[in-house]
Design a binder for this molecule. Sequence first.
Ligand SMILES: Cc1ncc(COP(=O)(O)O)c(C=O)c1O
Length: 488
Amino acid sequence: MSGLNSDQNRAPIYDMARRYVEENTVRFHMPGHKGRLYGDDAADLAQDMWQMDITELPDTDDLHMPQGAIMEAQRLMAEAYGADRSFLMVNGSTGGIYAMMLAACKPGDSIVVARNCHKSVINGLILAGLNPIYIWPPMLQDWHITGQIRPEQVGEALEQHPEAVAVLITSPDYYGLCADVAGIAGVCHQRGVPLLVDEAHGAHFAFHESLPPSAGHCGADIWVNSMHKTLPALTQTAVLHVRSRMVDTDRVMAGLQMAQTTSPSYILMASMDMARRYMANEGRGDLGNLLGYIADLSQWLCGMGGVRMMDESIKGRSGVTFKDPTRLCLDISGLGIGGVAAEELLRVEGVQAEMADLYNVVFITTVMDNAKDFAVLKEALIRLAASGRNAKEVYHPPVMTLPHPVQTLSPRQAALGAAERVPLEDAAGRIAAQPIGLYPPGIPAVCPGEFIDRDTIEVLLEASARVGRVFNMGEDKMVAVVREKAYE
Ligand SMILES: Cc1ncc(COP(=O)(O)O)c(C=O)c1O
């Protein structure tokens, strides 16, 4: 058989990953360990990975019914994060978001959802069969991005929808912007509903007092952290925390079982355990060093001109209450260059941004980034500025504002019912069957069950022409819509 098809000698994913190792040029990109081993135990895990890839045996415990090492690791995790209970997860924050929605709500319930959410929240609505009451964060016009949900908005939504059983917000967002989580928790608790927080990007907050307060510290009932994004842990690792009298932990555990494999990787679980130990012991010092590099970069950029770094001065505007200083958001449009083009140019210089929008490039920095990385970033920015200044035209991108589409069917009805694909151009007046939006940051412009209107089509077509990455829209510009008459 193998002789018949010589292509079977290839292992394309392995080959591609091998190339990354050999070229070894990527800096700043996720995962948070940045491909670096931070101590003897990380080196051991890497070396003995094949042998440590064990499974549920009488003495190795069971993630879904922990009584031994996993239970102890979860206890230590809860202690580090100030939670009553913490649950290790191997399916990223995505699985945790599903689990918290399944735990806090029953099919057919209504939930207030901040619309600056990741697509996993929309998928959670579909899986759990919930009716969303969306609230939209105000725009931060001068950065061309959304700010954060305000407590008053949550209060109004709960006033108008007393049937809502929970509130779900995303804080921080991809740009490191945090909401007034304590204020929002207060509003929720006054009305007797739990606050669920997607804190995927804030796993490091608990380890340094100069970082924004963690969702748990602010009174969230359930919150999830992607460990792999901002801590030295392997991809897919995440934790769900509970501290609440309103949440039934048995339901959380049942939700986690539904959202996750029955064969969780012990390598992933060990990497979370190790990252927690590392951060609890060394994290504060290392984060202090990182904040020093960032302060130095910020000062250096003032002298360079043309690049604006988002900083603490954004606090207090458009619902933003804290800004994660480790998330570098650089508006490079002053160089006469767009964010997406800048991302490509920086990559050639060995610096990989995590995300670019039309105006900004965003970098995830962690305790694994060092002085050399920041020196390389400065060099790359100098070269970027040189290429920008040579540009014939100064780049003046218009502000892109997302419309607020009207919900007509529940996300579940729309996403799991009969659908067909049509060109986006012809989709006006149809109901979306899948979330469609920009990736990154993965925020949907239109959600399943919502009417697709002309404004939304214009924004998505423009985004696809300029940014090129619109999720759930193929190269052929086709999107999934509910089949007409399917729900009459
Ligand atoms: C805000 C937000 N929430 C949740 C997720 C999903 O996290 P994970 O990749 O750990 O499943 C992401 C991923 O990018 C995200 O940006």
